[in-house]
Ligand binder design. Structure first.
Ligand code: AMP
Length: 282
């Protein structure tokens, strides 16, 4: 595996690979890698000739009062994990090179970013779409793999790819969980023992909602009220949103007809966690 720090070198490697008719799979991450990230790499490894992963804690997707400064970092152990997954090139650009003085162009995906995380994190998805398009232009992937854990992000990237006619296949992968159900996240490291226990209220809510829908519940308001009080009955929890939305438009649903995305964002102590699942009506 080759470590690449500069845009120029990464771009040259990618251009040479494309000229040799090699396919490139790309997995973008912010590092502090866990099994969720590694599952994306393992899947991507089987889909293309060359596997590129990136580690970049992208400052433009963090709001002023968010956790950019305390986002965990571990480049050395991350490199080893990437090597073990068969990554060919690990790209870890510097912020100053990605956003040099004078940069001013952004990508704004409007409607699918309006609800859920976009409501309270207004700059977030513009930062995500912009950095992902930049990374696509540098790495020139044939395909890219994203986790369903960040469902709104996946929908946003698919929308950008379609709207801007980008020639990259976007592949989604299921959420990897701890044995007790907690969705793996780099941010889980911040949870105290008690907060870790309360964090289980997110995945437990998904199961609770599935049971309610299986028992015939269709109106979304009572389901949302039930889940919100279930979560807040756990200490240190503060829900940002509990939403049932159309899985494609991400707009709120009043009634579940064929299916819905249940999406949750909950602050547990100082740590903001998200989780989601698709609820299907059979
Ligand atoms: P991040 O480093 O949090 O920006 O995530 C990088 C990629 O890993 C994104 O496509 C995420 O959706 C994905 N990811 C993060 N956590 C998980 C997980 N628990 N299971 C599957 N994919 C994940």
């Amino acid at each position: 595996m080759q470590l690449i720090e500069t845009i120029n070198e990464m771009s040259q490697v990618a251009t040479a690979a494309v000229r040799r008719n090699k396919t490139i799979a790309f997995v973008p991450t912010m590092g502090f890698l866990h099994q969720g990230h590694l599952s994306l790499m393992a899947h991507a490894r089987g889909l293309a000739d060359i596997l590129v992963a990136s580690i970049f804690v992208n400052p433009t997707q963090f709001g002023p009062n968010e956790d950019l400064d305390r986002y965990p970092r571990a480049l050395e152990s991350d490199s080893q994990k990437c090597r073990d997954q068969g990554v060919d090139y690990l790209f870890f650009p510097q912020s100053q090179e990605m956003y040099p003085d004078g940069w001013q162009t952004t990508v704004n995906v409007s409607r699918v970013t309006a609800n859920l995380c976009g409501k309270n994190r207004p700059v977030h998805f513009t930062g995500v779409a912009t950095v992902v398009l930049k990374l696509f232009n540098i790495i020139k992937p044939t395909l890219t793999v994203f986790g369903e854990k960040d469902y709104q992000q996946l929908v946003t990237i698919r929308r950008m790819v379609k709207d801007l006619n980008l020639e990259v296949d976007v592949v989604g992968q299921p959420t990897v969980r701890e044995p007790d159900g907690l969705a793996m996240s780099s941010r889980n490291v911040h949870l105290s023992t008690e907060e870790r226990r309360s964090a289980l209220s997110l995945s437990a809510s998904l199961a609770r909602a599935r049971d309610m829908v299986a028992a015939g519940a269709r109106a979304t308001a009572p389901i949302i009220a039930d889940l919100t009080s279930f979560i807040t009955n756990h200490p240190h929890t503060n829900p940002d949103y509990v939403s049932l939305v159309d899985p494609e438009t991400l707009e709120d649903l009043n009634v579940i007809e064929t299916g819905a995305l249940l999406a949750l964002a909950v602050k547990v102590g100082q740590t903001r966690l998200i989780d989601n699942c698709i609820l299907s009506v059979s």
